[in-house]
Design a protein around this ligand. Structure first.
Ligand SMILES: C[S@@+](CC[C@H](N)C(=O)[O-])C[C@H]1O[C@@H](n2cnc3c(N)ncnc32)[C@H](O)[C@@H]1O
Length: 242
């Protein structure tokens, strides 16, 4: 079964302890330190909308995009009135621009081919207004190897088993989800990315200022980091490539 389809049934229960509001506060405070106060936000890989909700609570006008209709159905229930569209990171075309584009809870690690991540950075650049910012959290290869200490994450109605392939830099997750029709299995794959390579690819896509920081202390991220937040600004006056 496609990833994030049956998982939508249990996703919010799985993520009950994730500090989405604190992450949104972190993003907005880093941007305030840059003199940026965004009023509109696009959440790429919005899932059930949990990562977009706190930005809306801060008063930003939100929009969410995701590949999974099952996840989007939950998002539309959570945030009625907010537009949610089905689309792919690598190809989306929304005919509007945003002050801020976010991608939360390592959604971009689902792109396992670096060329796809670089294409996505071009799509993001095209959808930011000049001077706008992109912010995303990603797992590093070290993080994918170490974050899942015992390799299993389970709760009511779900069991996720993780295995890391060091050579390929890929984390494989086999998710078993209980449904009324019986157990369903989904395979998820994530690739780890280092801050320096992400920063280089963002620069190549036309971004100006790029910072890679650890949460919550905003320390500089590097090859010692398990996870990091990347912040990148589309320069003022940069040419349009919609
Ligand atoms: C780990 S979930 C994160 C959801 C949400 N941002 C959160 O923090 O709860 C990753 C999401 O990315 C979406 N996704 C993965 N690959 C995608 C792609 N190529 N294009 C669009 N969405 C994608 C999945 O459908 C899933 O909803």
């Amino acid at each position: 079964m496609r990833p994030f389809s049956a998982l939508a049934r249990v996703y919010d229960r799985m993520m009950a302890d994730v500090p989405y509001a604190a992450w949104a506060a972190f993003v907005l405070s880093v941007l305030a330190g840059e003199g940026a106060y965004p009023r509109s936000v696009l959440d790429l890989g919005t899932g059930t909308g949990a990562s977009l909700e706190p930005f809306c609570a801060y008063g930003l006008t939100g929009m969410g995009l995701d590949a999974s209709e099952a996840m989007l159905a939950r998002a539309r229930e959570r945030l009625p009135g907010v537009p949610f569209v089905q689309g792919d990171f690598r190809t989306f075309q929304l005919e509007r621009r945003f002050d801020l584009i976010v991608s939360v809870f390592d959604s971009l690690n689902n792109l396992t081919d670096p060329r796809d991540l670089r294409t996505t950075f071009q799509r993001i650049h095209a959808h930011l207004r000049p001077g706008g910012w992109f912010a995303a959290d990603l797992n590093t290869p070290l993080g994918l190897e170490e974050l899942w200490e015992d390799g299993v994450w389970e709760g009511e109605g779900y069991r996720l088993v993780h295995r890391y392939d060091t050579e390929q830099r890929l984390g494989h997750i086999e998710a078993t989800i209980l449904t009324p029709e019986g157990p369903v299995i989904e395979h998820h794959v994530e690739r780890g990315y280092w801050p320096d390579e992400v920063a280089a690819w963002l620069s190549a896509a036309g971004f100006g200022r790029v910072r890679c920081l650890e949460y919550p202390d905003a320390a500089l991220a590097g090859r010692h980091s398990l996870r990091f937040w990347v912040f990148a600004q589309r320069p003022n006056g940069s040419p349009s490539r919609m």
